[in-house]
Design a binder for this molecule. Sequence first.
Ligand code: UD1
Ligand code: CA
Length: 454
Amino acid sequence: MDTSAIILAAGEGTRMKSDKPKVAHELLGRPLVKWVVNAARDAGVERPVCVVGHGREIVQPLVEDSCEIAVQQGRLGTADAVSSAAPQMRGRRGSVLVLSGDCPLITSRTLQALAAAREESNAGVVVLTMQLEDPTGYGRIVRDSTGNLLRIVEQKDCTPEELAQGECNSGFYCFDIELLFDALGKVGSDNAQGEFYLTDVIEIARREGRTVVGLKAEDPVECLGINTRVQLAQATHAMQERINYRHMLAGVTMWDPQSTFIGPDVKIEPDVEILPQTFLMGATSIARDCVLGPNTRLDDCVVGRGCTLDETVGIESRLDGGCTCGPRAYLRPGTHLCEGAKVGTHVEIKKSTIGAGSKVPHLSYIGDTTMGAGVNIGAGSITCNYDGQKKWSTTIGDDTFVGSDTMMVAPVNIGRNAVVGAGSVITEDVPDNALAIARGRQFVKEGYRASESE
Ligand code: UD1
Ligand code: CA
């Protein structure tokens, strides 16, 4: 598509009551403005222009990898915001989409329909409109008796008749670029808010004999603008539903889609079953036949086929096929569970490899450890990987059995096929095939107390 796009993201968003600029607030882990940027790119716009201003130091880094940046100096209104993209638009012809950076639910399909509508009619502008039961706060569409779109009037400037009708401006447009920048020079600020309104371009275009088209949005939810945190929650639920339906229709079972939150970049293969209160975020991917949840949260995890994760939190971890975790397992960054490994109840793993078929079933902390295959770690055993200043590593060879409540004081190497007696504090290396016991011997003093039978 040979279409340009300008995304408005310079506003403050006072109604969010936040130190953070509005468009930087996240919806399912992705900043609001980034949703709009992605929709434009998916519609075929290679490099949208993003207008930044308020909180520029926060907003610009979110988009500069995929957008050209224009800077709005003052906060003089939406027409002024578009004008600040004039340098980036110089010399361009054809269509330009103008999009609000605070409307994350917009789809690339609708943007393509907007651009197609302008190209077919050679209109000066196509406005995406929406019919709302409660139009409070939106600009109203004014049509003549035959249905021609005359102008857009902001709520604060409306007559009672204009206020009464429910067709509203969505804030999404496709303009003829030349007409747009020519008309912007003619926009004044004689209105209730003393701002330069982009919406005034519609009336100017008509006066100059250009066609103006109002295209009704099929699904007004796409145009939900985020002005308050209530709307942010509503948009989160709408997006959650959209994403979850997509996965369910692709073969994923969800017991309770309402309590299942899946980020936009997560990949899930068919025949995965997701139990309630599960959160999959970031660049997480789940292979076939896994069962996740209840109460499971994964961030940036790669999970192989047929794993079972019950009440598990995983961050930047990799699980090969057939692993089981939880209930109450915590996999911290750098965890790698090899084929068939088990991490059980109240177990924390950090920056460690757990070899194929190895088991850490109960109440353990394993950090900075390379563990071979077929190892069994007894209940309550931990690696003491931190001496107060530095982290040290532990290695445990294949088929080794570590008895319960063992402290492995790193740096330490335990060989293959070794046995460590329960309750040991291991401070020295254990060779292959050896038995190591490091604990006080049991002392028994008979007759210490008088016998009860006497
Ligand atoms: C705007 C429209 C209104 C429409 C509504 C749909 C105008 C005058 N009004 O109103 O008709 O119904 O969107 O959501 O356009 N922005 C800047 N710089 C500015 C002002 C705003 O970049 O100086 C950006 C904001 O960050 C935001 C977008 O423009 O992304 C819209 O601004 P906002 O103040 O939210 O406009 P609305 O009052 O919602
Ligand atoms: Ca708005």
